[in-house]
Design a protein around this ligand. Structure first.
Ligand code: ASP
Ligand code: MG
Length: 404
């Protein structure tokens, strides 16, 4: 007998048939004598549709408090429908909103963080042998206002609940059957991984492998919650995400691309101390998320600095730079939004020479020019022209991960 937290994403409960499919999977675990707590997201595109409705009323952006009030409605629908389906199949279920399940958050509406979960109510329901269905994505702040955890936040709800309840198992069900070495829709021989470490998953999650929300992986790592990512439609083992992974023959776990990148170049800066500080301090004040940074070697008293930011922050970055007019001298600023960041991720690469050169060779053979390179202990990223992004992923995947 175990305590199991299961999370089902929006596509897994998108219509009545799928709700019953999920209900049946839950009942299987329950019938074996397990305590089952289920976290669900809003059905299908409900959250997007609700955002649309808000924009109809206020196109320039409603207050965040009211957005939370609205968006949390999506999960209220899915939990009640799922509980009804379980009841219809003859088993006891109780749906709980975030606050009823004890989710206490800070007051950052639309991106709130969980501060504590008071698990008393859930434990009472479990003791009565009820299947507990919890609304993901939502909580309550200290003023008794509804908050939400940010898009894709139900994963975080599930992981937090598993940590608070010291669950034996935390299963994240989705419409893919695990974590792949590359996007299986784009790379036909992408391989499903049996296991992946938190750090590797975090890199892949951040790089846009849209399986798990990255905050949820951070939380899983922090509280050492072992996760399984698996399909809600097919019955087969998924991918386990945990701290220590058995040594595999592959150093590289996956290849991912991120097209949400803009490159900003500032040409002809003065080659004197404090320039980089001035620039990045200002960008930090403007809350711009800077990723890769490259500074050229100074020549004739000038230097260039190039860096990348998420595409939707490019204009903000430009504003920050413009605000430095008078105190920072340079010749010109250029912004390029037609780029992609392609990365390989693998915890073993730091102690193995030759990984970078193999990646660059694959790109060279494919005739793809590299604009910038950055490395960390478990990742190598290159910046390339966005039109070659898919080709680059395929070529690199072929070089490192093709066993066929
Ligand atoms: N329904 C919310 C969203 O679409 C939360 C989630 O899906 O995890 O972002
Ligand atoms: Mg959703």
């Amino acid at each position: 007998m175990a305590l199991i937290v299961k999370k089902f994403g929006g596509s897994s409960v998108a219509n009545a048939e799928r709700v019953f499919n999920v209900a049946n999977r839950i009942i299987e675990d329950y019938k074996e004598g397990n305590d089952v707590i289920v976290v669900v997201s809003a059905q299908g595109d409900t959250t997007d549709d609700l955002i649309e409705k808000a924009l109809e009323i206020n196109p320039t952006g409603a207050s965040k408090r009211e957005m939370d009030m609205l968006l949390s409605a999506g999960e209220q629908i899915s939990i009640s429908l799922l509980a009804m389906a379980i009841e219809k199949l003859g088993f006891p279920a109780k749906s709980l909103l975030g606050w009823q399940a004890g989710f206490q958050t800070d007051s950052h509406h639309t991106i709130a963080r969980i501060k504590n979960i008071n698990t008393e109510r859930i434990k009472n329901e479990i003791a009565k042998r009820n299947i507990v269905i919890v609304a993901g994505f939502q909580g309550l702040n200290k003023y008794d206002d509804i908050t939400t955890l940010g898009r894709g936040g139900s994963d975080t709800s599930a992981v937090a609940l598993a940590a608070a309840l010291k669950a034996d198992l935390c299963q994240i069900y989705t419409d893919v059957d695990g974590v792949y070495s590359a996007d299986p829709r784009k790379v036909p021989n992408a391989r499903k991984m049996d296991e992946i470490s938190y750090d590797e998953m975090l890199e892949l999650a951040t790089l846009g492998a849209q399986v798990l929300n990255n905050r949820s992986v951070e939380m899983a790592k922090k509280y050492n919650v072992e996760l399984e990512v698996l399909s809600s439609l097919e019955k087969k083992p998924g991918t386990i995400v945990k701290e220590i992974v058995k040594m595999e023959k592959t150093l590289i776990k996956g290849v991912a691309k991120d097209n949400n990148v803009a490159r900003i170049s500032i040409v002809g800066l003065q080659d004197t101390p404090g320039i980089a500080f001035k620039l990045f301090n200002k960008l930090a004040q403007y809350k711009v998320n800077v990723d890769i940074i490259l500074q050229s070697v100074g020549r004739h008293g000038t230097k260039d600095i190039t860096f990348t930011v998420p595409k939707d922050q490019a204009l903000l970055a430009k504003e920050a730079i413009d605000s430095l007019e008078g105190s920072l001298n340079f010749q010109e600023v250029s912004i390029d939004e037609t780029i992609s960041k392609v990365s390989i991720v693998g915890a073993g690469m730091e102690s193995h020479p030759g990984v970078a050169s193999k990646m660059f060779e694959a790109l060279c053979d494919a005739g793809i020019n590299i604009q910038m390179i950055s490395t960390s202990e478990i990742k190598i990223s290159v910046l390339i022209d966005v039109k070659y992004a898919d080709k680059a992923v395929e070529a690199i995947h072929e070089a490192f991960l093709n066993y066929l």
